[in-house]
Design a protein around this ligand. Structure first.
Ligand SMILES: O=C(O)CCC(=O)C(=O)O
Length: 332
C-alpha cells in the first residue's frame, strides 16, 4: 500500500495548489516541469563528444528474442534496490539493440517535432509517450519480458503491468531536471512502482544522466518542503537540504546497454546536457498488478487518462493499454 510521507501540498497557498487536473498535453507538462529546475546559467559551454560506436545492428527478430530472455538478479542486487530505491544494471540490452532503438526513437521525434534532435538544438526537453501500440519493434522494448521480469523481481511482486512508456530527449544545452520523486506523478494507490530508464547512447556525466539520492529514506529529510507549481523553490530547497545533510547522490555515466531502475519514492534529478548530442532515454514505468487509481489525481499526474483510458479514480488500473509484462501471458 501507499506509504508516502512526502506531502507535496501541505500548506495550501495559490502557488502550492496542485489539486486541479492537468488540462494540456504531456509535452506541455514537461515544458512546465523542467521550468521548475534551478539552473546555473553561467555554465553554458557545450562539449563535442565522440561519434556513436559503429556496431552491427541486429534484425527485429533477434531483438525480440534478446528482450524475451531473462536477466539474472542476485539477492544482493535486490537488497540494494530495497535499501536505496534504485539500481543501475549493465548489459540489460546489447549495444546493437540500443542503437537500433535510438534510430527508431529519432525517427519518431523527427516526425512529431519536425526537428532532428541531434542536429538542431533548441535547449528543449522533448517527450513522447505511447509509442508501443502501433509499432511491433518498439513494443518488444516497452513490453519486454526482460524489463518486466527485472521490475517484478526488484519489487518482489509476482506480476507487473505497464503504466506508460516515455521517450525523454534532453536536447543539447537543455537544463536540469528538478529534484523529484515519482509517487505523485503516477496516480496509483501503490508504492510497488518502478521505472526502467534506458538511455540509448553512451551517456557521460556531461550529458546529464539520471542521478539518484540514496538511501531511499533520504526522502524523509525533505518531506516538509512544499511543492510549488511555479518557480524553482522546491528544487532549490531539496538541493539545499540534501547538500546540508551530505546526502549521497549517484551521478555516474551509463554505458551502452546499461539501464537504471528507480522506485517511485526515490528522489532523483538530472543535470544539464552539456554535450552536442541529445540525451535520449526510453523510460518505462511498471506497477504491481491489482493496483488502483487514486481517488484524486492532481496536475502533477499530467494527462494520465491517456495511459489508462476509461479507468476512473478508485478503479483497478488495468485498461487494455496496461498489459501484464511479467509473467509473460501471450506473444507480443
Ligand atoms: O530523463 C529525465 O531527465 C527525467 C526522467 C525521470 O525523472 C523519470 O523517468 O522518472
Amino acid at each position: 500500500m501507499k506509504n508516502s510521507n512526502n506531502n507535496l501540498n501541505n500548506k495550501i497557498s495559490d502557488s502550492a495548489d496542485i489539486s486541479r487536473p492537468w488540462e494540456k498535453d504531456n509535452q506541455a507538462w514537461w515544458d512546465w516541469y523542467v521550468g521548475l529546475a534551478d539552473n546555473d546559467f553561467k555554465e553554458h559551454e557545450i562539449i563535442n563528444i565522440a561519434p556513436l560506436p559503429d556496431i552491427v545492428i541486429p534484425s527485429d527478430n533477434e531483438i525480440i528474442s534478446e528482450l524475451a530472455e531473462p536477466y539474472h538478479l542476485t539477492d544482493d542486487q535486490i537488497n540494494f534496490f530495497k535499501k536505496n530505491g534504485f539500481i543501475k544494471l549493465k548489459k540489460v540490452f546489447s549495444p546493437g539493440a540500443v542503437l537500433k532503438l535510438r534510430s527508431e526513437l529519432i525517427n519518431l521525434l523527427k516526425k512529431e517535432f519536425k526537428v532532428d534532435p541531434d542536429k538542431e538544438a533548441y535547449d528543449r526537453f522533448l517527450s513522447l509517450e505511447m509509442i508501443w501500440p502501433d509499432n511491433a519493434l518498439l513494443r518488444s522494448y516497452v513490453l519486454s519480458p526482460r524489463l518486466g521480469q527485472i521490475s517484478a523481481n526488484l519489487l518482489e511482486v509476482s506480476s507487473v503491468r505497464l503504466y506508460h512508456d516515455n521517450v525523454l530527449a534532453k536536447q543539447s544545452g537543455c537544463g536540469r531536471t528538478p529534484w523529484h520523486f515519482d509517487d505523485h506523478h503516477f496516480p496509483l494507490d501503490t508504492n510497488d512502482v518502478v521505472t526502467a530508464w534506458a538511455p540509448v547512447q553512451p551517456t557521460p556525466v556531461e550529458m546529464g544522466p539520471l542521478s539518484f539520492a540514496y538511501p531511499l529514506d533520504v526522502r524523509k529529510l525533505v518531506k516538509d518542503v512544499t511543492f510549488e507549481k511555479t518557480g524553482t523553490g522546491y528544487d532549490s530547497e531539496v538541493s539545499k537540504i540534501f547538500s546540508k545533510n551530505n546526502v549521497s547522490v549517484n551521478e555516474t555515466p551509463f554505458e551502452l546497454g546499461e539501464v537504471s531502475f528507480h522506485h517511485n519514492l526515490n528522489f532523483h534529478t538530472a543535470s544539464r546536457n552539456r554535450t552536442n548530442r541529445s540525451r535520449i532515454a526510453l523510460a518505462n514505468t511498471y506497477y504491481r498488478d491489482g493496483a488502483r487509481v487514486i481517488n484524486a489525481p492532481t496536475m502533477v499526474s499530467g494527462d494520465w487518462q491517456k495511459f489508462m483510458p476509461n479507468i476512473k479514480p478508485g478503479e483497478i488500473a488495468a485498461s487494455p493499454l496496461n498489459p501484464i509484462c511479467w509473467p509473460v501471458k501471450s506473444k507480443l
